[in-house]
Write a protein that binds this ligand. Structure first.
Ligand code: ATR
Length: 269
């Protein structure tokens, strides 16, 4: 396997560690590199990867949308989400996919196997790139209703066009819908190291609800701490990062890798 992750900056990426771990675990010869490509060099940077015989690459900030113009094919999921995070190169052609929705759903399923999405009501905070994947995943899993709240209302309204089960909630009224939510997902960057916490009192949240934060640094965000203290089920964000990497590894090697405790420990170290 010859693969990597392209982004700018890219030094912080955990992907080389994850894929490197799997290459070792499954005894596959190969490499997975972090490749810094500035936006203005994207076209040439990709051409170089094709010329060097790469099997594909992951795509991160700021290229997830701009890569789409260079793909020969984009699958249905990536089209609906509006971003590509995984590219497979075959016969010098680029096939774009998006595995973020899969990563989000699989993380919850593997952490809370007893949680069923069907006919549930979900509350998504944020309307950026991550939110688009989260909302797409929830729709695919058959939730009956999605409430969506974002600081910039227009972005939420735009994402709301993905499905008529989505209802936009004013940002300053976000606490008012909590009583009927089965699942709350923070996709904003609030709660991340160096950012203020997501200011939301969970007192009114429905009994038994599941609270998920896609922020994983810190692992235990203020939102998750509060949810846990109040007796709600919680799922942290690190699993989304690990699970979204699995279909990419499979696309390049044919092997669907597992997320083991050893891998989680390594990534959190
Ligand atoms: P990602 O790809 O991780 O989703 P993004 O597209 O930059 O990143 O989206 C970041 C999200 O966090 C957005 O929903 C953003 O809200 P805006 O659309 O209003 O910018 C949200 N966000 C970031 N900082 C925020 C803050 N201080 N208060 C509220 N929301 C914030």
């Amino acid at each position: 396997m010859k693969a990597g992750v392209i982004g700018h900056p890219i030094a912080h990426s955990k992907s080389p560690l994850i894929h490197g771990h799997w290459l070792g675990q499954y005894n596959i010869k190969g490499l997975y590199r972090a490749i810094d490509i500035a936006p203005e060099n994207l076209k040439d940077g990709i051409k170089q990867l094709v010329d060097e015989g790469y099997d594909g690459f992951n795509v991160t900030v700021p290229h997830k949308q701009s890569i789409m113009q260079y793909c020969d094919d984009i699958n249905e999921t990536a089209c609906a989400i509006g971003a590509v995070n995984t590219v497979v190169i075959k016969d010098s052609k680029l096939y774009g996919q998006n595995t973020d929705a899969y990563g989000f759903i699989q993380n919850i399923k593997s952490s809370k196997p007893e949680f069923y999405f069907k006919n549930k009501t979900a509350f998504v905070l944020g309307a950026g790139g991550a939110a688009r994947a989260v909302v797409y995943g929830l729709i695919e899993e058959g939730v009956s209703r999605i409430y969506l709240s974002n600081r910039t209302k227009e972005t939420a309204q735009e994402l709301g066009q993905m499905s008529d089960i989505i209802e936009v909630v004013e940002w300053n009224k976000r606490e008012t819908v909590l009583q009927s939510m089965d699942l709350v997902v923070n996709t904003t960057s609030l709660g991340m190291v160096g950012k203020p916490p997501l200011d939301m009192d969970l007192t009114a949240l429905k009994y038994g609800a599941l609270v998920h934060d896609i922020v994983y640094a810190p692992l235990m965000t203020p939102l998750l701490s509060e949810a846990q203290d109040k007796g709600y089920e919680i799922v942290s964000g690190i699993g989304m990062l690990l699970h979204q990497a699995r279909p990419a590894f499979k696309a390049w090697t044919g092997i669907m890798p597992e997320v083991t405790d050893a891998l989680v420990k390594k990534v959190l170290a």
